[in-house]
Design a protein around this ligand. Sequence first.
Ligand SMILES: Cc1cc2nc3c(=O)[nH]c(=O)nc-3n(C[C@H](O)[C@H](O)[C@H](O)COP(=O)(O)OP(=O)(O)OC[C@H]3O[C@@H](n4cnc5c(N)ncnc54)[C@H](O)[C@@H]3O)c2cc1C
Length: 182
Amino acid sequence: MKDATDAEQLTQAELEVREQCWEMFNFLKKYVSGFENAYFQVSAPQIGVRESRRIAGRYVLTGEDVLQGRKFDDSICYCAYNIDIHNPSGTGTVLEPLAEGDYYGIPYRCLLPLKVDNLLVAGRPISSTHEAHSSLRIMPTCTAMGQAAGTAAAMAVKEGVWPYQIDAQKLRDRLKTDGAIR
Ligand SMILES: Cc1cc2nc3c(=O)[nH]c(=O)nc-3n(C[C@H](O)[C@H](O)[C@H](O)COP(=O)(O)OP(=O)(O)OC[C@H]3O[C@@H](n4cnc5c(N)ncnc54)[C@H](O)[C@@H]3O)c2cc1C
């Protein structure tokens, strides 16, 4: 495991994955038919980071919330993806699905930092545990959180209040009107 908040470890990770890319490329070219004339054209400009910092927010979404399919009065989006933990200290993956057809809500409070009033957070760094994060980090959910955060910011500016002071029901109504949630 590498800590993405540590510049030296992040650099080391960049070096290692670039070596791994060449290892895989050379293996394919040497042993797999059809790759004889392959060449390495491009790889990602930067290593993908799965998880690093998260805020401490007004609510901390947990793995239990995910697996129980909890919906909240202030849910600003929904997710049905399972718990999907790639072992941070080695190999292996933990996959725990929700009940068939079930889904959980992400409360607006998870986007609101406890100690900073003029900030809204969306995507991977919202207030959640490691387990809940492994589910909510998927792209569609991050996108939906972004829409909710943007809508909330616009409402707060319009009403002249802090983001934590807006009415979560009004936010949900607006997101419904915009077709973001049902
Ligand atoms: C290797 C890998 C594979 C994955 N595979 C999948 C998958 O198959 N399906 C899936 O749904 N999810 C997948 N994910 C997870 C998903 O891609 C991320 O969790 C998700 O994109 C996070 O969204 P985000 O908005 O929180 O952050 P990001 O998508 O990282 O967006 C943050 C943006 O902010 C920009 N930024 C950073 N700093 C600044 C700054 N100072 N000023 C301006 N802009 C800045 C960045 O350039 C970036 O564009 C994968 C993740 C990884 C690492």
